[in-house]
Design a protein around this ligand. Structure first.
Ligand code: CA
Length: 235
């Protein structure tokens, strides 16, 4: 599905400046990216929904919606990696955007080499596979290379973040993983609020067909973290 590393990855460039857009398309295509581009936030949201790219480069100053607003809407529908391109060299703003779900940022004007390096890094990070390419815990089977998960032989439709979260926990069966560790290792954030984790955990639970009140695989350990374990056959 996804060509790992930089080769043949698809990039959606969201940029309203036609000159910048043309230059990015040309330069990224030369570097073997499959590039699509749109000039408005609404087109970007439609594009991500209809044919999700591997990574989005998002200009903050768009004609229809503010970039921060677009990022929020994007995060509501997708976990696609997003690199913000901004002319605003404003640290509080950048921190806010990273906490709002941006994966990285670039200050304009940037060189194509710089963008290319950031793209490759973001793509590498979104495909983390350990030494073992497959994980099995009870009826749960996870293929890290293909980024596919199955439960009792049925494929699970997971977002990127849900998959990363499930894979991280499944690689440590029976161990209570602290929220701080999940934030650092799955979200790559030094700090953040617990709600982000809770929301993703509850989505993941629903997809696994269980609830916090009647857990099978995912067990919340109050005040500590979460543990993934093989369900007790007696329960
Ligand atoms: Ca712009």
């Amino acid at each position: 599905m996804v060509a790992y590393g930089a080769a043949m990855a698809s990039v959606l460039v969201v940029e309203d400046d036609a000159n910048v857009r043309t230059a990015l398309i040309r330069e990224l295509s030369v570097r073997s990216y499959v590039v699509r581009s749109v000039g408005t936030a609404m087109d970007a949201l439609r594009e991500v929904t209809q044919s999700p790219p591997d990574v989005v480069v998002l200009d903050l100053g768009l004609p229809d919606l503010d970039g921060a607003e677009v990022l929020k809407m994007l995060r509501g529908i997708s976990d696609v990696p997003v690199i913000i391109a901004t002319a605003r060299d404003d640290e509080p703003e950048i921190v806010r955007l990273l906490n709002a779900g941006a994966d990285d940022y670039l200050i304009k004007p940037f060189s194509i080499e710089h963008l290319s390096a950031r793209l490759a890094a973001v793509l590498r990070r979104s495909v983390r596979s350990g030494p073992t390419a497959e994980l099995t815990v009870g009826g749960l089977h996870i293929d890290l290379d293909r980024r596919e998960a199955m439960l009792d032989g049925k494929p699970l439709e997971l977002t990127r973040r849900e998959f990363d979260l499930l894979a991280y926990l499944a690689a440590r069966p029976g161990r209570v993983v602290a929220r701080r560790e999940l934030l650092a290792e799955v979200w790559r954030q030094a700090y953040g609020d617990d709600q982000t984790i809770d929301v993703h955990l509850s989505w993941l639970r629903r997809k696994l067909g269980e609830t916090a009140a009647a857990p099978r695989y995912l067990h919340t350990v109050r005040g500590v973290g979460v543990r993934l374990a093989e369900p007790d056959p007696r329960s």
